[in-house]
Design a protein around this ligand. Structure first.
Ligand code: CO
Length: 209
């Protein structure tokens, strides 16, 4: 129990510190949030979204799940995306994966972890799709390469949603980015797959021509 009490105590200290530095901090945030960014990241405890990009409460809208997947039938993720884009009007959506992702590694192995196998099935499909390319990669580099390929796929998935495409058709300034984080050095890498218009999306996946 004391482990949990410690968290409440930490919170008291944190809130007091924030108020000391900026007395209007909490009253201001309680009135509204106006984040510019939506972060879609892995649930991994070593990738704390706000902290690694140096943003305060109120500056980053966050959705996290195991292996940072954006699936067309995941109403949770889609609802976060829709609210962020259409109501909060964020300017950037960032999918951020990380090297050494347990979800990606699990999808490359032949062992069952239970219910989560179904979620990770998407990664297993991705692994299978890229089997030939991965076979040409050094064995020790394959997991990290699949982590990168996963981020790229989730950027594509985002661009294929009606939510992102509708925003582009309305003429909204919205960019989607794919980044990956190194657990070993704390650094983000841009995978160079940013998209800012429907013209950059495969024709077959455009909602309107
Ligand atoms: Co992960």
């Amino acid at each position: 129990m004391s482990d949990v009490v410690r968290l409440i105590e930490n919170n008291r200290r944190w809130a007091a510190h924030r108020t000391r530095v900026d007395p209007d901090f909490f009253p201001r945030l309680s009135r509204q949030q106006a984040p510019q960014y939506l972060w879609i990241g892995c649930a991994d405890s070593r990738v704390p979204a706000n902290e690694i990009v140096g943003l305060d409460p109120g500056e980053l809208f966050v959705h996290r799940n195991v292996a940072n997947l954006v699936l067309h039938t995941d109403l949770n993720c889609l609802s976060v995306l829709q609210y962020a884009v259409e109501v909060l009007r964020v300017r950037h959506v960032i999918v951020c994966g990380h090297y050494g992702c347990g979800g990606v590694l699990a999808a490359m192995q032949d062992r069952s972890l239970g219910l989560i196998d179904n979620w990770l099935r998407h990664l297993r499909d991705l692994h299978h799709e890229h089997e030939a390319a991965l076979a040409a990669t050094a064995p020790e580099a394959r997991p990290d390469r699949l982590c990168e390929l996963n981020v790229m796929r989730q950027v594509e998935n985002l661009c294929h949603t009606t939510i992102v495409q509708d925003a582009w058709h309305r003429g909204g300034a919205l960019s989607v980015h794919g980044w990956i984080y190194g657990l070993h050095d704390g650094l983000l890498r841009d995978l160079g797959v940013s998209r800012s218009s429907a013209a950059e999306v495969r024709r077959s996946h455009r909602v309107r021509s």
